[in-house]
Design a protein around this ligand. Structure first.
Ligand SMILES: Cc1cc2nc3c(=O)[nH]c(=O)nc-3n(C[C@H](O)[C@H](O)[C@H](O)COP(=O)(O)OP(=O)(O)OC[C@H]3O[C@@H](n4cnc5c(N)ncnc54)[C@H](O)[C@@H]3O)c2cc1C
Length: 379
């Protein structure tokens, strides 16, 4: 990865992340990929270094880093292990919801919970709806000094170990988004049941479970922000989330490109290294262009967020382009490695499997294209 335009602080932080990823994560990549068992102890070591709260405000015990620096660091994490990076991202989203709309007491509580244990989760998607989140069916009713939540959530990242969950539920489905509120539900609350762990094709360093809410009672103080504004709160965390996702995808691009270039230099066919064959050269050049363009789109979006400017279009552009590029570059890397690319002896087949999900979550790439077109129509 190039050093240009990075501040000294960014270079130092990136070196710290790299040391951890190479020293603590890399030796276990294959074993976790095969077992699918959530490597909690490795994550706890990362929490000790504050990796999960890098963007969290300093007054609440976080690193207080700006978006641009977050982009650099998430690319570095994604370069070695995108499932690890996604786990960090997925802790940040529910925190972001509370930091954005929560009460001072909720913010303090989140700080305690995160410092003690680490994990957090966002429960938005349901078995019957993902992209159309305003159609969610989980309900809440007011009973005395409590809210009672019922429903089923699916694909909840980090659910198994989460200290708290941001849960979205509606008081009246006919109101669509205006009926939806967000609640902070702590681990161990009766009626909050973490279900089965998803057996996924990739991103096996991340934990993904169903969550069931069965007469789950929370105090009135669990409501995050105002009633009826929950979806806006959750979606408000999306612009940064999409750019974080794009940064991790860029890390996958760079990792796949590096593997392909290294292999193409030493593999020979027809009397010369395959990097001297024009068709391989064209592949590597296209892979490099996509990787660099991805990085620059992330930088543009992050710079806009740091400047306090709206970045909805740039975040969607980066999310869709970078994740499409990750799938493209990783798939081409498999091709450059030929039969060995298909073997688990080499890392590129895993990069190809891991890359796919980045086109799906945090808003599918079809949804990103709808958002981009909507923004273009507004101009
Ligand atoms: C590993 C993993 C982790 C996840 N983590 C979380 C999490 O922590 N919290 C959480 O709440 N969710 C999480 N999700 C859920 C994820 O955000 C959803 O899967 C995603 O939003 C898509 O929703 P869906 O699966 O219901 O697909 P659907 O919305 O059913 O979409 C199916 C297909 O139809 C397309 N489509 C839908 N509507 C349109 C349209 N209007 N125009 C064109 N095409 C359209 C989609 O793009 C997609 O290709 C996770 C998912 C996975 C797989």
């Amino acid at each position: 990865m190039e050093e240009y335009f990075l501040t000294e602080e960014q270079k130092d932080l990136r070196a710290l992340i790299k040391d951890f990823m190479v020293g603590e994560v890399k030796p276990h990549i294959q074993e976790v990929d095969e077992s699918g068992e959530f490597p909690v102890e490795i994550y706890k070591k990362a929490f000790d270094l504050g990796f999960h709260t890098l963007h969290f405000p300093e007054e609440y015990g976080g690193g207080g880093l700006d978006f641009s620096t977050m982009g650099v660091l998430l690319e570095e994490m994604g370069y070695t292990e995108s499932g690890f990076a996604l786990t960090m991202l997925a802790i940040g989203t529910p925190i972001e919801c509370v930091m954005h709309a929560g009460s001072p007491e909720q913010k303090k509580r989140v700080d305690q919970l995160i410092q003690n244990g680490g994990f957090a989760a966002l429960c938005l998607t349901e078995p019957s709806c993902g992209s159309d989140s305003a159609a969610l069916r989980s309900t809440y009713v007011e009973e005395g000094e409590e809210y009672v939540i019922n429903g089923a959530k699916t694909f909840v990242t980090n659910a198994q170990e989460s200290e708290f969950f941001v849960v979205l539920a509606t008081k009246d489905k006919s109101l669509r988004s205006k009926g939806i509120s967000a609640f902070m539900v702590e681990k161990g609350t009766p009626g909050l049941i973490v279900g089965k762990h998803e057996n996924k094709m990739g991103l096996r360093w991340s934990n993904t479970c169903d969550v069931v809410l069965e007469d789950c009672r929370v105090p009135k103080s669990a409501l995050i922000g105002e009633e009826g504004k929950g979806l806006r709160t959750a979606l408000g965390a999306l612009d940064p989330g999409r750019l974080y996702n794009a940064a991790i995808s860029t890390g996958i691009c760079q990792a796949a490109l590096d593997e392909a270039v290294a292999y193409a230099k030493v593999r020979t066919s027809f009397g010369k290294p395959i990097i001297e064959h024009q068709m391989i050269q064209a592949k590597l050049a296209d892979m490099a262009m996509r990787t660099e363009a991805s990085r620059q789109l992330v930088r543009l979006g992050m710079a806009k967020l740091d400047a306090g400017l709206p970045a909805t279009k740039e975040a969607s552009m980066a999310k869709a382009y970078c994740s499409d590029s990750a799938v493209y570059v990783a798939t081409e890397a498999v091709q450059v490695l030929g039969g060995y690319g298909f073997s688990k002896e080499y890392p590129v087949e895993k990069l190809m499997r891991d890359s796919k999900i980045f086109q799906i979550f945090e808003g599918t790439n079809e949804i990103q294209r709808m958002v981009i077109a909507r923004e273009l129509a507004k101009a």
